[in-house]
Design a protein around this ligand. Sequence first.
Ligand code: OAD
Length: 256
Amino acid sequence: MNTDRKIEKAASIIRESKSMVSLTGAGISTAAGIPDFRSPDEGLWQKDPSKMMLFTDVGFMSDPKGFYEFGRELLPRFQDARPTLAHRFLSRLEAEGKLKCVITQNIDGLHQRAGSKNIVELHGGLSTARCTGGACKREFTLEEMVKETEERLPPLCPDCHALIRPNIVLFGEALPEEAYRKALESLGNCDLLLVMGSSLVVYPAADMPGIAQEHGARLIIINLQPTRYDSRADVFIHLPLDVAVEKLAKALEITL
Ligand code: OAD
């Protein structure tokens, strides 16, 4: 099937859907200047696989300074980022009542900034941080955490001097229980799952297309690189998201 035909088919599936859910990954934010993890040249883990170790529970605790040094290089990209066409497309579909939920693996907060309301952050978010001292439990905003990193690396809680960590999920940690529960509930109730910008290799998100399909949902995947679900999708589109979304929005007569 050629690309135009795939866009037409995807648009017609979206038109028919009454309760759509989207699963997004780092590829939805690359056009905003935030690198993903596994793209061939620019992916963070692809360029330097050793950095991935810093984002494990064990790696973070054994080298928090290394984690923050790497994080400090990346932070301006997150702070400067604006929602992409694809983020705006999803928030429009939600405002129209068609899209019920965005399940994201991203920590960048761009869905919120695009105006989406019902968002499940599977891997937490960068906007807040917490003290790791058992009894302290002090919470920090991103700005407060950044201020502490300017004082010292790694940043320590001003109250109890334990390490501060962002409220993101590290490899080896369980997903936030409520987020996972909400994601499964949405997947069980949707008639269409639209996957955007994810390699679908990290679990449990990688199981979600299958879960939605088991509950009878249709599946559309838009991703530059192939994914292991392409052969099971109703439509897969290998285009940059802003190109695909522009075409889809046109077919659906949505102004972004
Ligand atoms: P990946 O980097 O694994 O996959 C991003 C996908 O997006 C790739 O397959 C790219 O081909 C595609 N892509 C990139 N830019 C695109 C564009 N402009 N248009 C269309 N597709 C594009 O990112 P995720 O699947 O989100 O977890 O990774 C999942 C998890 O692995 C992350 O949440 C993170 C990471 O390690 C943790 O840190 C716990």
